[in-house]
Design a binder for this molecule. Sequence first.
Ligand SMILES: [Zn+2]
Length: 466
Amino acid sequence: MKELALLSPRLQKMLLRILRYDLTLTYVPEKFLYFADTLSRFPTNANIATPELEYRLVTVHALVAMSDTRWTQLQQHTKEDPQIQHVMQYIRFGWPKADCHALTRVFWDFKEELTEEEELLYSGQRLVVPDKSRKRVIEVLHGAHQASERMIRQARLSAYWSGMTSDLRSAVDRCSQCQAYARANSKEPLHPLPATPHPWLTVALNLFHVDDVAVDYFSKDFLVRQLQTSSTQVVCWTLIDWWLIQGIPREIISDNGPPFFSEGFRAKLQEWDTVHSTISPGHSLANGLVEQTIQTLKAVIWKSKASGEDTALLSLRTTPAPDGISPAGLSTERVVRSLLPTSSEPLENPSRNTWRRRRAALRDNASKAKEYFDRHSRALEPLKSGQEVWLQTDTRQWRPATPIRTFANRAAPDKFAWKTLTSIIGYRRFLNTPVKPCGTEPGYQPSSHRETNTDADSSFYQEPET
Ligand SMILES: [Zn+2]
C-alpha cells in the first residue's frame, strides 16, 4: 500500500477513517454473500467523531506552510483563477465523458488525482497554484538563486501548475543576479587563420612599452621600431614606412589598444583596404603569434643591450624555423646576409617550393591545433546586430553591454566580431544572450495560456544595421 502521506487528501481521509480498525480481508465468493448490500443500504445515522480528520487538516496546512493571510490570499486567487474554477466544477459535479473545457485539458490525464480542500485545488499532495500566486511562489523558490533544475525539484514537492517547469526556467534566465554571476562559457571551436598565399598578407600588430611590432603570420618575420609616443599618428607613420617595403597587408590582427581602436586608425585601414580583426580585451593569448614574438624580442633586446650587440635581432630573423627556412629568407625571397658565414646560393625556387612547403606546414599545424582544441569546445548560438548581450568582464562577472553590432571578417568569413559601445569583442564566448531586456528585475509572466508562444525571444532580435 502507498504511504499515507503520498496519497491525495481524499484517499487520506478514507484511509484515516479505517485506521482505527484492525482489518483482515478475506475473499468470499459471491454465492456466499447473502447480505451483500446490507451495510450500504442501511448506513447508521449516528455522528461518529473522527479525531483523525483534525490530523488530516494539520497535514495539509503543514504541507503548504503559510500564514493565515497568505492562506486567505491563496483562496482568493484560486477563486479568481478561471482554470482552477472550471476544474473544481468538474470535481464537484463530475468530469464529462469527453470534450472537457479547453482550459482544463492539461488536467485531464490525472483528473483522478485532483481534489478540492478548503477551497484550494490539489493534485495529489501538491497544491495547484493559482495564476496570481505563481509570481510569489517563483520568488520564494528562487530566493537562493538556485539553478532551474534544483528549483524544479524543490517545487515538485509541493506545487503544481501547467507550465511550471518552463516558468521556473525562464525565471532563472530573466534573473539579473543569475546572469551577472553566470558561469563562463566553454571555449568555442577554433577558427585557424587560413594560410595566405605569400608573406605579409596577414600581419599581427602590437605595442609593447612604446615599441611597435609587426609580425607576419606566413614567414614569422617581424618588424620592430621604437616610437617616441604611442599616438595613432606615430603608429600609422611607422606602419606606412613598413608597408612601403613589404606591401600593404590584407588583414591586420591586433588588440583593442588605444591606437588601434581610434577613428584615425580606422580611416587609414579604409584607405589601405585592409581588414582589421581584433582580439578580446584581457585575452591577449588569442594573438599568440605576436605575444610569443614579443616575449622573444624583449629577451633578446635586453640581453643584447647588456652585452652591446647591435645585430642580435638580425640573428633572430635569419635563424631557420623547424622546416629549415628562416623568417627573413621566406619573407624576402633571398639569402639575407648576417654576421655568420652564409651561402651565396639563392634559395631554391623561392616563390614556389618554399612557399608551398610553408603553406602546407601552416595548414597542417592549423588542423592539428583545431583537432586538439575542439575536443573541449562548444559552438554557441550566433548573435545578431542590435541584440541585447551581457559581456563577461575581467573579473569574470557579467554585465549588460548593449546593443552590439556584428561584423563579419572578410578574410575569414566564418569568423565574427561584435562591437559594443565601448569595445570590440572577438570571441562569442565572452557574450551571453539575456532572455529579458538587461537590467530589469527578475520578473514573471503567467504561462498558462502561452503554450503556443514559443518564439518569445525573437522580439529582441533586430535586423542587422546596414
Ligand atoms: Zn537568480
